[in-house]
Design a binder for this molecule. Structure first.
Ligand code: FES
Ligand SMILES: [Fe+2]
Length: 340
């Protein structure tokens, strides 16, 4: 599926960048669904998103600077408000009116969970709820946002696939001697599904503070959820009672490229497991996934039903349900899937 060719994805909120990256004088560029946008903070400190193109002589606005909550083009200083309207032209006499059509497109942009989220068109679904955010007894750890050379669908398949642990993650938590995946319970819900399973996981000595257990192998109770179109939640509960809740947004940059955003929520304390260790632990695991995912074809259709098999492995079922829900979403909006 070529995400830039499916207009319905423009009608969802996408996590674009941490608000912390918008402090300072430099506006920040981002490519969302193939569209070049620029983000900055307005005078109230709220994030704003405009098309990254000046209406004067087409310079990228991300080359400019933020001045008093407005965005000044770096070429001739035309200045835009958060709605995309030109509010200052330095070359004009002070009393000369600026025509109303001197503007660049503005997109819906909101702050949530410490991120700027953008919808290119009127959104048809809310940003997924994360009840742990700011809740007593929970700490929030911003882990990373980074570019991967893959597609959202490929990354989502991977995030629900428990048959790769024994191979991709055999150096970290995968149990090489147990390649058969545990069975998922899948429950379809409005806008996604819930998937639950229990897996055996290696618990290396170096990382035992992550699980809160000294056993060489632990059980991980995995409560997974998928949110249309490109987000997931993974709530891992260890036998110690420690919960390790990961939120991922697989933000579509353009065809074949995503930005993986990851937040972590934990119900333990810094002295139980330091934040630096948690960041390093998930970074190691994520690098293992990134390496194999970037070796896959971002667009090829690999649904095993094409080979006349209902499904070859239980662990393929969540990925197939993701595809089915995406196909239903496209059909409901009069679209069919576009491939290379
Ligand atoms: S191109 Fe932006 S002010 Fe001239
Ligand atoms: Fe993985």
């Amino acid at each position: 599926m070529l995400t830039t060719q499916q207009p319905v994805f423009r009608k969802f909120w996408h996590a674009v960048m941490p608000l912390a990256h918008l402090q300072g004088e430099r506006p920040q560029p981002f490519r969302l669904l193939g569209e070049d946008i620029v983000l900055f903070l307005d005078a109230q400190g709220e994030p704003r998103a405009l098309k990254d193109r000046c209406c004067h002589r087409t310079a990228r606005l991300s080359k400019g600077r933020c001045v008093g909550g407005a965005l000044e083009c770096g070429y001739h200083g035309w200045t835009y408000d958060g709605g995309g309207r030109v509010i200052r032209i330095p070359q004009y006499e002070p009393d000369r009116a600026i025509p109303a059509d001197y503007c660049t497109p503005a997109y819906r942009c909101v702050a949530k969970y410490g991120y700027a989220w953008v919808a290119l068109e009127e959104p048809i679904a809310p940003i997924p709820e994360v009840p742990e955010f700011g809740a007593p007894g929970w700490r929030t750890i911003y882990q990373f946002h980074e570019r991967w050379d893959t597609s959202p669908v490929r990354a989502l398949e991977n995030s629900f696939d428990n048959s790769h642990f024994s191979f991709v993650h055999r150096a970290t938590f995968g149990v090489a001697a147990q390649p058969r995946p545990s069975r998922y319970e899948l429950v379809q819900k409005e806008g996604g599904f819930y998937a639950e399973t229990v897996i055996a996981a290696t618990n290396p000595a170096a990382w035992q503070r992550v699980s809160g257990s000294a056993e060489p192998i632990t059980q991980r109770h995995m409560r997974n959820a998928y949110y249309l179109p490109f987000s997931r939640r993974l709530d891992i509960e260890y036998p110690s009672g420690v919960r390790h809740v990961i939120i991922n947004c697989f933000t579509p940059i353009d065809d074949g490229h995503i930005q993986l955003c990851q937040w972590l929520f934990r119900n333990d304390r810094e002295e139980d497991c330091p934040e630096a260790m948690l960041v390093e632990f998930d970074a190691v695991i994520t690098r293992e996934d990134k390496d194999i995912l970037e070796s896959t074809d971002p667009d090829a259709l690999v649904d095993t039903r094409r080979r006349g098999v209902e499904y070859s492995m239980d662990s393929d079922r969540p990925g197939m349900l993701i595809r089915k829900l995406l196909m239903e979403l496209l059909a409901a909006h009069g679209e069919s899937e576009v491939h290379r």
